[in-house]
Design a binder for this molecule. Structure first.
Ligand code: IUR
Length: 477
């Protein structure tokens, strides 16, 4: 690894020492591309050479694009994917934690959903249960904000923390939520940028290597994946989500991280609110044990699997109980408050927020829409909601675009609720641009009213390795 990737004065990182003893493979890049093009397997040595060339920029972008397309079209064996993931993981710094934390370092990854504020709740919940959670998250691109955008709607919240600072916050608080630094898995940054412009994003081995290499570089003991399917998700059908989940679980476990996945339904938004600052307020309510049942169910399911996998809970039931306890006794909320202060929010503001005394700027305008029929709320389509919020400024189309954190919606009725004609069902928060008639009509169409609920259960399936299923507990192979 290049020495300039190492933060100065830090002893906390493993460098990719393999590079020093790696000789060039008995091949060259065009020959490696030809092999993959012709569906031959790449050796571990060839994959190492490729990833190091990507990182050091000694391989041309055209060659990287050709290799990615060959992988996209011909696939990779599980062994090749694991080798690719391992090499990507060590392309930059790999976080190292004190020995005392062994077994306790956990995180989650979600494939993204409308109103998905689970990370904001899960990180402090797990910290309150005794885990260490070095959550590295992203900003949103597209519909609404990502986890970092939600947190940045809190004045003062700083997402840029060095590994040293992360370790300090983890020892004092137990959780932090930060942005990715340039030196963590630099190979993924390069590969992702080229995947984006070569139509090679939708490749199972490339997705798995990208996600798991970054989680691997956090040196986790356990990882839970929330893979969503349904109208508002990447996969419309459960079968696609299941295939990705199983692949990610296998690769994660091969990398030595106990990994399991939850397949969760994403037809309607998660929780009551969509939009950055509104989701922070909803998360605080959930941390007080006053969240919408579905949201609490998802947090409890993901968290209990992590507690069980890392050995903090003897069974899933015990994990669920531990989570219910920290939501009820205020210790999860205390962790959230401490994390805010550790990441730059003033003590007064963190107090006000957690005590429900406000503190976040509210949009200048709110408008409620009324139901045009009565019955039971069968569904609230998340995609039109996300699209309208994007148009109103809640999401970005370009990575460097600024967003309006106050823009969002509150659902005054959710799936399963009884509703009468004329009842207000959604409150839209907006500023400039204003909510127009076309957007109101699209929002109205997202509300489906019928005679009974038709949606299936929120948690559809749990994906584990064969040995996890047999032992009832995750073990790396
Ligand atoms: N998130 C990632 O980190 N990597 C990917 O390839 C995709 C989502 I798709």
């Amino acid at each position: 690894m290049q020495s300039n990737l190492l933060p100065q004065g830090s002893l906390r990182f493993e460098t990719n020492t393999k590079e020093m003893c790696t000789s060039q493979p008995h091949t060259n890049v065009p020959e490696m591309i030809r092999k993959k093009r012709d569906k031959e397997d790449l050796s571990a040595e060839e994959i190492r050479y490729f990833v190091q060339g990507v990182t050091k920029q000694t391989i041309q972008d055209s060659q990287i694009g050709a290799m990615l397309m060959a992988i996209r079209l011909q696939g990779m064996t599980k062994e090749e994917t694991v080798n690719l993931t391992k090499e990507m993981k060590v392309s930059g710094v790999v976080l190292q934690w004190p020995k005392e934390w062994s077994g306790l370092v956990v995180d989650k990854h979600s494939t993204g959903g409308v109103g998905d504020k689970v990370s904001l709740i899960l990180a402090p919940v797990l910290a309150a249960c005794g885990c260490k959670v070095p959550m590295i998250s992203g900003r949103g691109l597209g519909h609404t904000g990502g986890t970092l955008d939600k947190l940045e709607s809190i004045p003062g919240f700083n997402i840029q923390k060095s590994p040293e600072e992360m370790k300090d916050i983890l020892s004092k608080v137990g959780c932090c939520i930060v942005g990715q630094t340039a030196d963590l898995v630099p190979a993924d940054k390069k590969l992702y940028a080229i995947r984006d412009v070569t139509s090679t994003v939708d490749s199972l081995p490339l997705i798995a290597a990208s996600i798991i290499s970054k989680k691997g570089a956090e040196s986790l003991n356990a990882l839970i994946l929330d893979v969503k399917f349904g109208e508002g998700a990447l996969f419309k059908e459960m079968s696609g989500a299941r295939e990705l989940a199983q692949y990610l679980v296998d690769v994660g476990n091969h990398l030595g991280v106990r990994t399991a996945a939850v397949l969760s339904r994403m037809d309607s938004p998660i929780g009551r609110c969509v939009g950055n600052s509104l989701e922070v307020i909803e998360s605080i309510d959930c941390l007080k044990g006053k969240g919408l049942k579905e949201l609490e169910t998802l947090v409890t399911c993901l968290g209990s699997h992590l507690l069980h996998m890392c050995g903090k809970a003897e069974s899933l039931k015990a994990g669920e109980k531990a989570i219910q306890d920290v939501l009820k006794n205020g210790s999860a909320l205390d962790k959230f408050q401490a994390m805010l202060v550790a990441q730059g929010v003033t003590t007064d503001l963190a107090n006000d927020l957690c005590e429900g005394k406000g503190g976040l700027r509210r949009a200048e305008k709110q408008e409620e829409l009324k139901a045009q029929a009565g019955g039971i709320v069968q569904a609230i389509h998340s995609l039109p909601i996300a699209e309208v919020l994007h148009e109103l400024g809640a999401g970005r189309s370009q990575p460097d675009q600024s967003i309006n954190w106050t823009v969002g919606i509150e659902l005054l009725k959710t799936v399963g609720d009884k509703i009468n004609e004329g009842d207000p069902w959604i409150r839209v928060h907006f500023e400039n641009p204003s909510l127009d008639e076309g957007q109101k009509s699209r929002l109205q169409k997202s509300l489906v009213i019928g005679e009974k609920v038709q949606e299936g259960p929120l948690i559809a399936e749990i994906i584990q390795t064969q040995s996890q299923r047999e032992k009832g507990r995750n073990c790396p192979p």
